[in-house]
Design a protein around this ligand. Structure first.
Ligand code: TXA
Ligand code: MG
Length: 338
């Protein structure tokens, strides 16, 4: 199958709509990462997502809708705080998990009784969702376990030949995926950290918990149990204070003829002078925005990525650390451990 990359225009969106309504897959931009969309009401179409990505069959998908879409048609909105959160953060990088009305097919929710809903802010995503008028279920548009894509080229690199169309809406500037929030209980609970932080949610909802992801949890987010976001080369992670050991690993690898590269925040660069560096930026938001693109650039340029954890904690750093810890194994004396 030929895979087209087209800018988001009236014509390309009309083609995308035709493909979606015909049961096919379309990759599209959002403000977090690129999504791989299918008609959420069509079980056979949804199965194609799992095939194209090699995604585990027990990991449910997020339904994406236009801001004008009445989400009450898809889910039961039971808690008032969920309405306030919708008002405050949607459209935007927040996904809320409600009990489903069953309009979105069982294939997309893996037979479960809940549905994750997101209203993207990206103009390209909204143009597509406005035209399609259906809930578009979409995971990140990467091969399962690989780094999430933040450009049309990243999607092409992973899925060329497997999907007919990628809508190109430029680089996703959020950079990490949406916050996934369970809103079925009296207190909202973060299932996956992201750009909408615990502090931001608590300020609107009064309180906010963070899921421990225990086996008995009622609402689970199966995605969190898998290794994910992995570059195709060895990737070692060091904590912010451990720069001497990281530099030593770099130098040893270089001596052995390997091509290492350091990934670190701007403030840590000076400690790796004279070595190949990919700069993640200064603030938590900048690091979030650059992280996935940097990991993909690292695997292209090098055969060993040495990732230095940023020093900051809380806020957006929760989401950044969650991604980095899955992408890169902690490097202990003598080798990798997780
Ligand atoms: O920013 C994003 O959320 C991107 C863009 C494309 O919208 N999408 C994305 O999808 O990251 P995906 O499939 O890569 O991650 C979805 C996460 C997974 O961890 C999954 O387990 C969780 O959301 N999830 C989806 N439906 C759920 C549900 N009903 N209950 C609990 N967790 C759910
Ligand atoms: Mg993903």
């Amino acid at each position: 199958m030929e895979t087209k990359i087209l800018p988001v225009t009236d014509e390309s969106v009309a083609l995308a709509k035709e493909i979606l309504l015909g049961g096919g897959l379309v990759a599209f931009p959002t403000e977090t990462v690129y999504g791989l969309g299918a008609d959420g009401t069509n079980g056979d179409a949804v199965k194609k997502i799992y095939e194209a990505k090699g995604r585990p069959a027990d990991n449910p998908l997020i339904a994406h809708v236009h801001p004008d879409f009445d989400i009450g048609k898809l889910v039961y909105v039971e808690n008032d705080y969920a309405l306030r959160l919708k008002e405050a953060f949607m459209p935007g990088p927040l996904t809320m998990v409600f009990y489903s009305r069953g309009v979105v097919c069982k294939e997309a929710v893996c037979g479960g009784d809940t549905l994750a809903v997101r209203i993207p802010r990206h103009a390209g995503a909204q143009k597509l969702l406005r035209a399609a008028k259906i809930p578009v279920v979409a995971p990140s548009a990467n091969v399962s376990k690989h780094v999430s894509p933040v450009t049309a080229q990243h999607v092409f690199d992973d899925l060329a030949g497997k999907i007919p169309l990628i809508l190109d809406g430029g680089k996703s500037d959020g950079g990490i995926e949406s916050t996934v929030l369970d809103v079925t209980e009296k207190v909202p609970r973060i299932l996956r950290a992201g750009l909408i932080t615990r502090e931001m949610i608590a300020a609107v909802a009064g309180d906010c918990e963070i899921a421990a992801h225990l086996p008995g949890d009622k609402i689970r987010s199966p995605g969190v149990k898998y290794r994910r976001y992995m570059p195709r080369c060895k990737t070692a992670r060091f904590c912010a204070e451990d720069t001497a050991r990281a530099a030593a690993l770099y130098d040893r690898a270089a001596e052995e003829g390997k091509k290492p590269v350091i990934l670190c925040e701007s403030g840590a660069k000076a400690r790796f002078a004279g070595r190949e560096i990919i700069d993640l930026g200064g603030s938590g938001e900048e690091i979030a925005s650059n992280l996935f693109a940097a990991l993909r650039e690292g695997e292209r340029r090098a055969d060993l990525i040495i990732a230095i954890e940023p020093a900051g904690r809380g806020g957006v750093y929760d989401g950044v650390m969650n991604r980095l810890c899955k992408a890169a194994e902690k490097y202990e004396e003598g080798g990798f451990s997780h």
